[in-house]
Design a protein around this ligand. Structure first.
Ligand code: ADP
Length: 302
């Protein structure tokens, strides 16, 4: 099978509001794909459709060649984490996993294995979820998804609430999963959270995919990001030198010229640079910031 997940022209409308707008992508085995976009972009809605919890308005989503609902034993094929805090607060960590194991026809040994994998001690596993820290709940949250030893993982913001150590742990786990041939779709509203672990990136804003491709491809931006004590003077100096320049949402100056050209233009104008670097990745970062800021503007008006 070439594609583990295939999403084709998927659209979801709530009355006149389009939450997911004609998105298409495919995921290959052995890859981690970061599904990135600001809050409200449509990531969860798309993932809920992919895992059979919400019907699409139009379009299709298949996992291992079938709609999720038609998978014979979904838990053993697809591990899903949509809302790590959705578990009943009165259950213990062990009970959550034991229930999942029962549904999938797995033994108690697998439960212990999973507790060990997500780093919960036997003592912690006996505590009720209501008494767990957010980080513990997140770590436990991914365990049911892994329980059935699936080929595909669909994880919605699994790193939300994890401390840096937890994020590091999660990255290792997902990388290892993909290295063994697994396929991971991982959503986040933070570019840097998934940038390290993802091979592929899909950027979504207001329900639409704005960029997708391999991380290497998307990060290989050209041009220069710079700043000066007097930023406006830098913009003018660059334009004067015939170099394109504009101010990014984060307040830096971006130009398609090389770092050397930008530096010379600044020198000629007698300006002190406070920032000068090749843009690698900055294009993606800026695009992401733009997505975020245009969405928050919309939010402010609404
Ligand atoms: P994300 O996961 O990227 O934060 P969501 O998929 O949760 O985004 O939401 C996308 C948009 O769809 C949001 O504006 C949200 O308010 C809207 N939305 C989600 N579910 C519903 C629903 N059941 N009814 C109406 N609007 C919804």
């Amino acid at each position: 099978m070439d594609h583990m997940i295939t999403v084709q022209n998927l659209t979801k409308r709530y009355e006149s509001f389009t939450a997911v707008d004609d998105i298409s992508f495919t995921l290959s085995p052995g890859t981690v794909t970061g599904f990135l976009g600001p809050n409200g972009a449509g990531k969860s809605t798309a993932m809920r459709i992919m895992t059979g919890l919400t019907p699409p308005t139009s379009g299709t989503a298949t996992i291992l060649g079938k709609p999720y609902a038609e998978l014979p034993n979904p838990g053993r094929q697809v591990g899903v984490l949509l809302d790590a805090s959705a578990q009943h607060a009165g259950r213990t960590g062990r009970e959550v996993l034991a229930l999942g194991a029962m549904v999938m026809g797995l033994g108690k040994a697998r439960v212990d294995e999973m507790l060990d994998l997500v780093g919960l001690t036997p003592d912690e596993a006996r505590r009720r979820l209501g008494h767990y820290s957010l980080g513990m709940r997140q770590r436990l949250g991914i365990a049911p998804a892994l329980l059935g030893d699936p080929e595909v993982l669909v994880l919605d913001e699994p790193a939300n609430g994890l401390d840096p150590q937890g994020i590091h742990w999660m990255r290792g786990l997902l990388k290892g999963f993909a290295e063994q041939g697994g396929t991971v779709l991982l959503s986040s509203h933070l570019l840097h959270e998934v940038e390290v672990v993802a091979d592929q990136l899909i950027l979504i804003g207001r329900g639409r995919i704005v960029r997708q491709g391999s991380k290497a491809e998307l990060l290989a931006g050209s041009g220069t990001t710079a700043n000066a004590l007097d930023r406006d003077a830098l913009v003018m100096a660059l334009q004067h030198a015939g170099l394109a320049a504009d101010v990014t949402p984060s307040g830096s100056v971006r130009s398609s010229a090389t770092t050397e050209e930008v530096s010379r233009a600044a020198l000629d104008a007698g300006l002190v640079l406070t920032e000068l670097r090749g843009a690698d990745g900055a294009g993606l970062e800026e695009m992401f910031l733009q997505l975020t800021s245009s969405d928050s503007r919309e939010g402010a008006v609404a």
